[in-house]
Design a protein around this ligand. Structure first.
Ligand code: HEC
Length: 152
């Protein structure tokens, strides 16, 4: 009796450990090989990402069609855009929708208006585009405000 309870506990424990492990493995950051930023810029233009995106401080040729939104990528940011965030934005555009002020324009029924390029873009293009985009962000420290303390 007692032994079977111990076995049941052990099984529960092992299942628990396995569940935790698979969770950590599947959530780990992906690591892609080194990309080529110049090729990424070319792919960004060739795939017409420029229909909806401009790159801060960079002149790129216009896309043939103009998209419903213009969202600037790159430029100053107070928070590192991690590699995996950029990859996720490209291969799974509806994963996290941008917040205001474009709420209406960016999504239709909760789906991003950004097309899914997964059947068009090669993995090499993805790697290069992410390398290119990553190089366009400049991290700046967010100023820290000191709130005055009022005493009466
Ligand atoms: C039809 C318009 C459209 C096209 C074309 C488009 N995007 Fe987007 N993209 C969006 C919209 C809208 C958002 C913001 C909302 C969202 O996350 O879906 C976005 C968001 C992004 C983001 C995340 C930006 C951030 O600050 O988090 C990246 C990176 C991005 N796009 C890359 C690309 C790349 C690379 C291409 C071309 C392969 C592309 N986009 C083509 C509309 C577009």
């Amino acid at each position: 009796m007692r032994q079977s309870r111990n076995v049941a506990l052990l099984v529960l424990l092992l299942v628990g450990v396995a569940a935790c492990q698979s969770a950590t493995v599947s959530r780990q950051q992906i690591v892609l090989p080194e990309g080529d930023a110049a090729a990424g810029e070319q792919a960004f233009v060739a795939l017409e990402c420029t229909a909806c995106h401009t790159i801060a401080g960079k002149e790129l040729p216009d896309a043939e069609e103009v998209g419903p939104v213009t969202i600037t990528l790159g430029g100053k940011t107070s928070r590192t855009k991690s590699y995996s965030e950029l990859v996720t934005s490209v291969i799974n555009p509806s994963h996290k929708l941008a917040r205001n002020p474009f709420k209406q324009q960016i999504a239709d029924n909760g789906e991003s208006v950004m097309p899914v390029f997964n059947d068009i873009m090669t993995v090499t293009q993805l790697i290069d585009i992410v390398t290119f985009l990553e190089s366009q962000y400049e991290i700046v420290e967010r100023p820290r405000y000191r709130y005055p303390v009022y005493t009466y």
